[in-house]
Design a protein around this ligand. Structure first.
Ligand SMILES: Nc1ncnc2c1ncn2[C@@H]1O[C@H](COP(=O)(O)OP(=O)(O)OP(=O)(O)O)[C@@H](O)[C@H]1O
Ligand SMILES: [Mg+2]
Length: 236
């Protein structure tokens, strides 16, 4: 579904990603882990085309997208929820969601549109109470629900979630966990989840990729992740 082949990314002359390779299968939940500053966000940005890749290749559904523009990647089904969430502050919750729906690019009828919105309202009931509120005044937890809801409305094939639980109260973390588990059951799309919370990751992910200093140092199935690996690369 999505493959990274030895990608190298630089900020100016600093070499940030070093020969990063991994594969995400259709419908799979994969967790990208590693300490602060190892290059997790940089990896997601490179996948989205927000940063140029100096060498290596990114392949989605058999097509090389390494140099494709971000909006073309989005139309192919790559949807990114950044670490800072990036809600549009002066648009209301409803308008922010509408942008997500429009981003899916296919024409659809009113019934399909209503069904798509209803699904998001069911996943995140809180949103129905704040539809007319400007995005800029939402709490962190509300923003995260809106950001994920908007991403789902844009019909992803691969959803890239950068630390969705960062700085969020436990009840909303549980809700996000339930939503991810729900999608894991249907396998409607793959999820690449950046997550520091080891327990959260272990409960949700089929596969893991651990990075250190810009390189992949371990990868495999989550149920085979060893305590030794965790201690070596993840415990601070
Ligand atoms: N715009 C930038 N210009 C220069 N260096 C940058 C830039 N953005 C990030 N970096 C550097 O690239 C490295 C990787 O950053 P990145 O944000 O990908 O880490 P991360 O694994 O997502 O960390 P965190 O867990 O803190 O979110 C860091 O050393 C960071 O300082
Ligand atoms: Mg990051």
């Amino acid at each position: 579904m999505l493959q990274l082949h030895r990608i190298n990314v630089y900020y100016g002359e600093s070499h940030i990603l070093r020969d990063v390779s991994f594969t995400i299968e259709a419908g799979q939940v994969a967790c990208l882990m590693g300490r602060n500053g190892v290059g997790k966000t940089t990896t997601l940005k490179a996948i989205m085309g927000l940063l140029p890749v100096r060498s290596g290749a990114i392949v989605m559904d058999g097509a090389d997208i390494t140099t494709g523009a971000t909006d073309r990647r989005a139309r192919k089904g790559l949807v990114y929820v950044p670490q800072g969430r990036e809600i549009i502050p002066h648009l209301t919750v409803r308008e922010n969601l509408q942008l997500g729906f429009w981003a899916q690019g296919t024409k659809s009828d009113r019934t399909a549109e209503k069904a798509a919105f209803d699904e998001v309202y069911q996943l995140f009931p809180k949103l129905t109470q704040i539809l007319e509120r400007p995005g800029g005044v939402l709490s962190g937890g509300e923003q995260q629900q809106l950001a994920i809801g908007r991403a789902i409305l844009s019909a992803p094939k691969v959803l890239l979630l950068d630390e969705p639980t960062e700085g969020i109260q436990p009840s909303v973390v549980d809700q996000i966990e339930d939503v991810i588990i729900g999608f894991k059951k249907t396998r409607r799309f793959a999820i690449l989840l950046v997550e520091q919370g080891l327990h959260f990751a272990a409960r949700l992910a089929d596969a893991y990729v651990i990075m250190a200093k810009g390189a992949v140092v371990a990868a495999g199935r989550t149920n085979e992740l060893s305590a030794d690996e965790v201690k070596r690369h993840l415990v601070v």
